[in-house]
Design a protein around this ligand. Structure first.
Ligand code: GRF
Length: 314
């Protein structure tokens, strides 16, 4: 995978990624650096002969022109993945549209706690006993998005020690998270990529999910438990009644749907981390209430091998 790093500051995470790449621990290549200002990360790029670009938003009278240039410069590196490493700007949604689930951030707290600037100090000032580091996919909200990896640090006796421990952990964790993301198996609800297979013949197209799935290079399982169970389109809507899946024309479909979900799970490789992108709400594959059957069976079967995302979170 080709990695492009975005940074604004010291660049210690960028440097750690470069070191890991040259040692072969990071199984991807760092192809460039994009900064929004002059900063130490650029010196690290120069030292390591990594191409870099500086794009200062204040040089653009029109925000749109800045965003277009950011997209164009980013594209010139042909990245598979973009890593934010102390990049002090909100990512424009236009860039997220271009790179859905391809932009990743590292944040020095246990998100959702202590979002924003000075997260280590925020945790220290709050007097918590433990804090940590989170690596997550970037979405339109600040320090939000699906968590890929999260690790804890017990708060030591001074803020300086805490900062040191957090940074040491970050440098290891970013590498681990990127390796994990570069080898995901994905399971996606078919209606989210625009197939008209919902009970009423409609779909729930998410352009970002469509783009992500379309550009996906490795294995991918597109599913609709109801259609796989042999129910046609259109069909009677299913509701969850006392933990059973009952169609609106009164048929109990629980057992047939369980068998179908089991068949889906059997197609998932045993040793891989799985990213399941399933609907937010649905009795068959909904992530939230009513929690779908497929979601609960995936959780039970995959445990901490499962990353779960819905169309509202991308
Ligand atoms: C890190 O703590 C990172 O988690 C946060 O910004 C800091 C960047 O540090 N997003 P560095 O520039 O990589 O040294």
């Amino acid at each position: 995978m080709r990695i492009l790093v975005f940074a604004s500051g010291r660049g210690s995470n960028f440097e750690a990624l470069l070191n890991a790449s040259s040692r072969g621990v990071l199984k991807s290549k760092i192809v460039g650096l994009v900064c929004d200002r002059d900063c130490n990360a650029i010196e690290i790029a120069k030292k390591n002969k990594i191409p870099f670009s500086i794009l200062r938003p204040k040089d653009y009278a029109e925000k749109n022109n800045y965003i277009k240039e950011l997209i164009s410069i980013t594209g010139s590196y042909s990245p598979d993945i973009i890593l934010l490493a102390g990049y002090m700007r909100i990512i424009p949604s236009e860039l997220l549209d271009e790179y859905p689930l391809k932009i990743i951030n590292i944040h020095p707290s246990l998100l959702p706690l202590f979002k924003g600037k000075d997260a280590i100090k925020q945790a220290w000032d709050a007097g918590v006993k433990e804090t940590g580091v989170t690596v997550h996919f970037v979405n339109d909200r600040m320090d939000d998005g699906l968590i890929i990896l999260q690790k804890k640090v017990a708060v030591p006796n001074s803020l300086e020690e805490l900062e040191h421990e957090i940074h040491v952990l970050e440098h290891k964790m970013y590498v681990e998270a990127v390796n994990l993301v570069s080898d995901l198996f994905i399971v996606v609800s078919k209606c989210l990529i625009g197939e008209n297979i919902r009970y009423d013949g409609s779909n729930k197209l998410s352009k970002r999910i469509y783009k992500y799935v379309n550009g996906y290079r490795t294995e991918c399982l597109l599913v609709c438990p109801e259609v796989l169970a042999g129910l046609g389109v259109p069909r009677s809507k299913i509701n969850i009644i006392n933990t059973r899946l009952i169609s609106e024309d009164g048929v109990d479909l629980t057992d047939v749907m369980k068998r179908t979900c089991k068949d889906i799970i059997e197609k998932i490789p045993q040793n891989k981390m799985v990213l399941a992108i399933l609907k937010d709400k649905s009795p068959s594959c909904g992530k939230t209430e009513p929690q779908g059957l497929l979601v609960s069976m995936l959780r039970e079967h995959l445990k901490d091998r499962l990353l779960l995302l819905s169309e509202t979170e991308i």
